[in-house]
Design a protein around this ligand. Sequence first.
Ligand code: ZN
Ligand code: ZN
Length: 361
Amino acid sequence: MPFTARRAALRALLPGAGVDALLVTDLVNVRYLSGFTGSNAALLVHADGDDRSRICTDGRYATQVAAEVPDLAAVIERACAVELAKRAAKLSVERLGFESDVVTVDGYEALVEAAGGVPLVRAPGLVQRLRAVKDAAEVEALRRACSVGDAALAELLEAGGLRPGRTEREVALDLENRMRAHGADGPAFPTILAAGANSAVPHHRPTDAQLQRGDLVKIDFGALVDGYHSDMTRTLVLGPAADWQRELHALVAEAQAAGRAALVPGAEVTRVDAAARDVVERAGRGDQFVHGLGHGVGLQIHEAPYVGRTGTGSLAAGMVVTVEPGVYLEGKGGVRIEDTLVVRHADPELLTHTTRELLEV
Ligand code: ZN
Ligand code: ZN
């Protein structure tokens, strides 16, 4: 079970945070540490071990929590965070850490009251820090999510699903249905399908606009598999590409390759961003690359580390990040190319395998 190991890794961080237990109230973090997938839960992870740790959920999930989390004692109560804070003293907690980046002001006041004399200590971001480096089970889930995305796009293209006359909405839905048919629980996020001038809008929402011959078509999409998200962008042309489309695509492809090559353990995230951005800037298009280079991906579609000009920290082996430069010519069209990769001591491992060549369909 990876969850035991993840809780052990969290325990190792508790002394540094000045606490002997952490009250985990972020549901994604609860899932990461326990495997529980219900919609109401909290977790108390005690430094002494699992015997003094507890998971809490409400009556709707009594059966589910026993099945998903057989290795922790479960408390069944609706107000989970408050209930676990109440039990802190009995579990010999002396300083109770809480996720101050998650708990609301009202929630904090309720916790203080519930904890009685046990002091509450801010402990933000501890689990997110662990989640940034993926274990083998997570990489495997991400690999499967990415391969569902690859398969669905290949099938869409083979079936002639990308053709003039179809609307952005129709094609996006078609792609999402194919991901489900390949085993996804759903799309990882609402599919971005942007044709013609719309491709210049980085996060365009699909409309009833019809695809036309000569359009650039930007497709940014992913699959959700076992709670893990995949993320890939390809930009194609309907019919033969014009010279400006070919040049724009080649520029973004070059920047993307430079970004991928910069993915090494120890690299500062700002340097990784700069590796790709320099290529675009040298071409005089720096102001048309309007977002960061990439982001971590896992139980959330966007998570640590953030790879951009304003990011902080460095890459580590086992991080899974996207590399997604884009150049957008307003009113005309844009190109983004995005892959998801695992940072390794050797070359990064590519999880998204669809060709990056400019496809003319
Ligand atoms: Zn994306
Ligand atoms: Zn992305």
